[in-house]
Design a binder for this molecule. Structure first.
Ligand SMILES: *[C@@H]1O[C@H](CO)[C@@H](O)[C@H](O)[C@H]1NC(C)=O
Length: 221
């Protein structure tokens, strides 16, 4: 057996313990093409010489969102699509306005954990764990100043249980966390999911599925 010099041994060990993995997706999908150009995972970068302080400023939270809608809530996202300076930084925000009784309905962020702070009002919030943890509901009533965290991918909601409007700000651990609103995705998909699928999945009559699929599923984002 040959004797390795210490420096080579350290290099060999470092190489052996280095682990390679795919980057996390920053968008819903990235279908492979043979040409090297067109779509990438995330966004292209602006020429750094053209970048100014304005690229790092987002003014979209100055004014309340319009809560006059079927849910009584409005989410104003500051994701990479609205705030290009976030590209590659792994972070984003949202402003959420609630009318009295307003609901941010059950939804998930497939790519981000969310931490939410209540700026005004009182919110009933909660998330449900995965099947592995028996779909357990974790829920709390939040007062002004309270902070709650919704772990990545789990279904969660916020309901204004106060008699006044409520306001919350959320931060998310992705530049493009994504939003899947459960009712909209399941009952409002285009084209619709076969009623045979939904009657069995929800254990209801086709009449109920037809009714749900005929609704207009407002998107508050
Ligand atoms: C989930 O339910 C199973 C079956 O009742 C039980 O054995 C297990 O401890 C539960 N797990 C949790 C995290 O509650």
């Amino acid at each position: 057996m040959t004797f390795l010099p210490t420096s080579l041994l350290i290099l060999a060990l470092a190489t052996a313990t280095a682990s390679a993995f795919d980057p996390s997706p920053l968008q819903d999908f990235c279908v492979a093409i043979n040409e090297p150009e067109v779509f990438v995972n995330g966004k292209f970068c602006k020429d750094p010489k053209q970048v100014t302080a304005d690229d790092f400023l987002f003014k979209g939270f100055r004014y309340p969102g319009n809560t006059v809608n079927p849910l009584g809530s409005k989410v104003t996202p500051a994701f990479v699509d609205q705030f290009p300076g976030l590209n590659t930084l792994g972070i984003s925000m949202a402003r959420i306005d609630f009318a009295p009784g307003g609901l941010n309905p059950p939804h998930t962020h497939p790519r981000g954990t969310e931490i939410l702070v209540v700026a005004e009002g009182t919110l009933l919030v909660g998330f449900v764990t995965s099947n592995q943890l028996n779909n357990t509901l974790f829920t709390k009533v939040l007062c002004k100043g309270d902070v709650f965290v919704f772990p990545i991918g789990l279904i969660h909601f916020q309901l204004n249980i106060g008699k006044t409007p409520a306001l919350a700000f959320a931060s998310l651990s992705s530049q493009n966390p994504g939003v899947i609103t459960i009712a909209n995705a399941v009952f409002g998909s285009k084209p619709p999911i076969s009623a045979d699928v939904l009657t069995k999945a929800f254990q209801v009559d086709k009449k109920v599925v037809d009714y749900l699929q005929a609704q207009f599923w407002y998107d508050n984002n």
